[in-house]
Design a protein around this ligand. Structure first.
Ligand code: ADP
Length: 404
């Protein structure tokens, strides 16, 4: 049976999934796996479609020093031991820049264009591109598709896309992009099956995971996001601060003598729930802690979600539904209840029993606005895009033409 490989590569891990292409182009997840601890304690773990364990192997550091070697090990395991030979590979690529408003089949020219956006996402883009390059080198005939976290937000109006800075910077790419686009696209595609009328209206989606953001959907299209130029802006996250006065960055440089690299590391790794609690970036740990700072971190997280929801409701000029998704949004009844109470002024109230059961619809019958939990599936979105680019003639995209 034909299969598609989905790759999501980060700085020290590569996650992968295999989807089989069933009748009428339906995709079924056949296995998922990852190699983590690249360059430190490399380990391959994988499980089948039913969660059945398939592999758990440790490797010496020098066998897996970097992403290309991890890709080779994962690829050899799939080919030689499982006899899986994917017909295409879909990749998560965080930044598509101003031009790419949809997934694209990659070749060397596209990779070169995507390298221009490394400066816009230095902690993600290089790692996303590494496996693409290594597959291009080793399997040049294997079709590869890049799916961008920014693409779904390219529907924003000019006013939402700008910062109040001189135009030259906007022209060179300093814009409000928005991220988690594959997750929001999946929700926008799923919502019509759950609530067809509401899917056409004004919806706020809260993607609350290690990274966290919210998106304003109008008729299924993104019109505003809490994230901007980078995935640092907006809500506080596991280790990122979210919205912060740029004056704080100037203070770190001028008064603390921090270099650009130190500030970058600080903002991506030492802030957010971890920085504020001083305990952990993991919401589960904070929820069970009775430390004052853990409570403060949760209070701050919930408060900022409420503030940002107000902002997005203003962008939408009203609100018809609210959706929770991702690790915290799908699993933490406590955080959902606290966010809902922040949104009480909008007419939101939860059915606490449905919320505790993690039901699909968790708002009470007296809630003016329905509240849903919709588990996200970014990998499935990537597999679907990859399949549809393979089976359709590629449509010419004026923006892509301009990009070349
Ligand atoms: P990402 O894909 O961005 O790494 P996830 O969407 O998997 O992140 O979310 C990860 C976060 O979800 C974890 O850091 C943890 O804080 C949170 N999480 C997962 N399960 C629960 C739970 N049962 N209760 C509270 N938080 C949870």
């Amino acid at each position: 049976m034909d299969t598609i490989l989905v790759v999501n590569a980060g700085s020290s891990s590569v996650k992968f999934r295999i989807y089989s292409i069933e009748n009428e182009g339906m995709l079924r997840q056949q296995l998922k796996g990852q190699i983590d601890g690249i360059g430190s304690r490399p380990r391959l773990r994988a499980s089948g479609g039913e969660g059945d364990p398939l592999a758990d192997r440790a490797y010496p550091i020098d066998a897996v020093p970097d992403l290309p070697s991890a890709m080779e090990i994962a690829g050899a395991w799939l080919r030689d031991e499982l006899c899986i030979h994917p017909i295409a590979v879909g990749h998560r690529v965080v930044h598509g820049g101003p031009d790419y408003d949809r997934p694209i089949q990659v070749d060397h020219g596209v990779v070169t264009r995507l390298e221009r956006f490394i400066a816009l996402a230095p902690l993600h883009q290089p790692h996303n591109l590494a496996p693409i390059r290594s597959i291009l080198a080793n399997f040049p005939a294997l079709p590869q598709v890049a799916c961008f976290d920014t693409a779904f937000h390219r529907t924003h109006s000019a006013v939402a896309d700008h910062y109040a800075i001189p135009h030259g910077l906007h022209a060179e790419g300093v814009r409000r992009y928005g991220f988690h686009g594959l997750s929001y696209e999946y929700i926008a595609k799923t919502l019509p099956k759950i609530a067809p009328k509401i899917a056409k209206e004004r919806v706020i989606v809260a993607h609350l995971g290690s990274g966290a953001s919210m998106c304003a959907l109008s008729g299924g299209r993104s019109i505003e996001s809490t994230m901007g130029f980078t995935a640092l802006d907006g809500l506080p996250m596991g280790t990122r601060p979210g919205q912060i006065d740029p004056g704080v960055v100037l203070y770190l440089i001028s008064e603390k003598g921090m270099s650009a690299a130190n500030v970058q590391n600080f903002l991506y790794r030492d802030c957010g729930l971890k920085g504020l609690s001083g305990i952990s970036n993991d919401m589960r740990e904070l929820e069970t802690s009775d430390s004052f700072n853990a409570r403060l971190a949760i209070d701050y997280f919930v408060y900022r979600i409420g503030l940002n929801a107000g902002m997005l409701a203003a962008a939408l000029q009203g609100l018809d539904a609210f959706v929770f998704t991702a690790g915290i949004g799908e699993n933490s009844a406590t955080i959902r209840a606290r966010v809902a109470s922040q949104l009480g002024w909008l007419g939101v109230s939860l059915d606490q029993a449905e919320n505790a059961r993690h039901s699909r619809l968790i708002s009470g019958s007296n809630s003016r606005i329905p509240v849903y939990i919709v588990p996200t599936d970014e990998e499935l979105m990537i597999a679907q895009h990859t399949l549809s680019l393979l089976t359709k003639r590629p449509t010419t995209n004026a923006r892509q033409e301009r990009a070349s």
